[in-house]
Design a protein around this ligand. Structure first.
Ligand SMILES: C[S@@+](CC[C@H](N)C(=O)[O-])C[C@H]1O[C@@H](n2cnc3c(N)ncnc32)[C@H](O)[C@@H]1O
Length: 302
């Protein structure tokens, strides 16, 4: 019902793109597997960093056989690899269905062995909410795969968790030295298991109602800060709530993002505009299309 109401208010129709009037970003409405459209969006630009969060082949989005899902992934993975700069990083969020042999994570990992990229990290983000608590271990993990080409930048990141143990020393040539990396911050590094990031829920400012698969801004900003420099080009084929777009805006990177669904393209653009106008990262309990929904209600009561 809401989709029909909102679509007429979306700036982008399939095949179109929104060019940021401030000249930094681009939002496309199209299919991540459509080579012609992706080439039109990119105009031969090379990406320094890609951050993809595709549907995980679960019921919420379209569910396919694993083989079909991997063939679909192969198309956008190939396009992604083709646009990577000589020194670049690609992150992909991926699910693992514990009731179905953890598909599609292992199959996706195998697919990535064919790309020529180097595997770099397998990160797990710990959700706070889980499912399956009564009969199984509560499922609270989201996987984040990291691959590189060449020698891209990696900026060490820190959590907000204070470092309790000080004084980790090591001996170099018989001389006891402090581990310099450890003394750069009073907080610990996140490592490859991220337990310090709050999953988005309706009371958080960054919440975007209507976007059930929204990733925490803190997670995306951590990726971008670690694996790119100011001014770099970041690409995200699956925009949804526009989290990568917003993170790029806040961190001074350029972003090209797209979504197949006009409503999510419009949501992403509105989120960026809302941030520029108010400094807020989302709508918390409000809605990006509140005005349109209210107009409909008023019209309905007449
Ligand atoms: C898991 S969500 C991305 C969440 C996003 N990282 C965020 O934080 O809001 C996946 C998105 O991919 C979009 N999508 C699905 N198939 C697509 C395709 N073939 N091309 C482009 N986008 C697609 C869906 O509409 C959905 O918005």
């Amino acid at each position: 019902m809401i989709r029909e109401l909102i679509v007429p208010h979306c700036r982008l129709k399939p095949g179109e793109m929104w060019i940021d009037p401030e000249g930094r970003h681009l939002v496309g409405c199209g299919d991540a597997t459509d080579e012609t459209y992706i080439n039109r969006l990119m105009e031969r630009k090379r990406a320094d960093l890609l951050v993809h969060d595709p549907p995980y082949n679960v019921a919420m989005f379209k569910r396919r056989t694993v083989a079909d899902y991997i063939e679909w992934c192969r198309k956008w993975v190939d396009l992604s690899v083709g646009m990577m700069a000589d020194d670049a990083t690609m992150y992909v969020w991926m699910g693992a269905d514990q009731k179905n042999h953890f598909q599609p994570l292992p199959q996706f990992m195998l697919l990535m062995t064919e790309t020529g990229l180097d595997s770099r990290s397998l990160i797990t983000l710990r959700n706070q909410r889980g499912y399956g608590t009564q009969n199984n271990w509560m499922a609270v993990r989201q996987e984040l795969l990291c691959y590189t080409r060449g020698r891209p930048v990696f900026n060490v990141q820190y959590t907000d968790i204070p470092r309790i143990l000080r004084g980790y020393y090591k001996k170099v040539d018989g001389v006891t030295t402090e581990n310099l990396e450890r003394s750069k911050s009073d907080c610990i590094r996140p490592g490859n298991v991220w337990v310090d990031i709050q999953q988005v829920f309706y009371r958080m400012e960054e919440n975007v109602n209507g976007c059930a698969a929204q990733k925490p801004l803190k997670a995306i900003e951590r990726i971008i800060k670690a694996s790119s420099q100011p001014g770099d080009l970041v690409v995200d084929f699956f925009a949804h709530a526009g989290t990568t777009l917003l993170a790029c805006e806040r961190l001074g990177r350029r972003c090209v993002t797209l979504d197949i669904e006009p409503v999510f393209c419009e949501t992403a653009i509105r989120r960026l505009e809302h941030f520029r106008m108010t400094g807020k990262t989302g709508w918390q309990m409000g809605h990006p299309f509140a005005k349109e929904m209210k107009q409909k209600q008023v019209a309905g009561t007449r």
